[in-house]
Write a protein that binds this ligand. Sequence first.
Ligand code: BDR
Ligand code: CA
Length: 313
Amino acid sequence: MLVYLDCDPGIDDALALGYLLAHPDVELALIGSVSGNTDAATAAANARDLLELFGHPEIPVAVGRTDFLSHPYSGGAPHVHGNNGIGGVQLPGGAAPFAPGSAAEELVGLARSRPGELHVLAIGPLTNLAVALEIDPELASLVADVVVMGGAALAPGNVTAAAEANIHNDPEAAAAVFAAGWDVTLVPLDATMFQRFEQGDLDALLAGGPRAAALGRMLETYYAFYTQHFGRPSSALHDPLAAAVLTGEAVVSRASRVPVVVDTGDGPGRGQTIAELRGRYRPVAPEHPEGVRVVFDIADPFAPQLLARLLAL
Ligand code: BDR
Ligand code: CA
């Protein structure tokens, strides 16, 4: 499958990138960076350095928007992802030049050149996708489908009581993406918070080859953050789980296709993803063909599959 990856590496973004490169069915055509965990320029440099580490310097990286649709970027999440977005790990720098266009422009060009073929995976704020929809109003009809890591349907948020980080960073962009009429699957905290790497997974990565070990060193920072939440060294697998929902390797056991609106107000609910789930009170919940497919659960633990792929990098 032909894939465009929009990302803000980001420690779990790095895991997702490694996963995609290790998956034999994925042809990663282009990476776009966006601000989120760090600024878009640093995220692009991290993506390029990760591609070099993983032996794929030929895959183009396009730099995306620094600022969000309605407000400027204001510093990312160094307390979660370290000062450079990848846990302070210094990678040998890749030398490949960035793509000439912005991430949004390059996405539009790629979708136009391969109509109907492109699968979009967005694991950061949705700014680039919203800008791409503005550039080309036909984009939604040119893309096969869109998988987004973000939001919280019935679960609590992670940056506020109501909102998840990717959506909270740019709620206006998320609202535009959910309303664009393309086939969107949302992989929210309801699913991702319960798919985790534990201490044994980290130890295995650190004892693996140089690529796996570098990911392990990044994860040490992520584990330090998640220890505060989970009470033991471990990490949620947000972005790689979304990647595996895209490939089909993570089998979805519970999902609803329903309208999802994003709170773009300035109150405490800003960035909340409000899913129309009242149908669940009926014996058979109705599906909304025009809605967003919201993933709630995965059939089996995903960590073993992810670990095996990363160790084979
Ligand atoms: C999401 O926010 C980012 O910090 C992670 O990379 C992931 O995409 C989780 O809320
Ligand atoms: Ca991310």
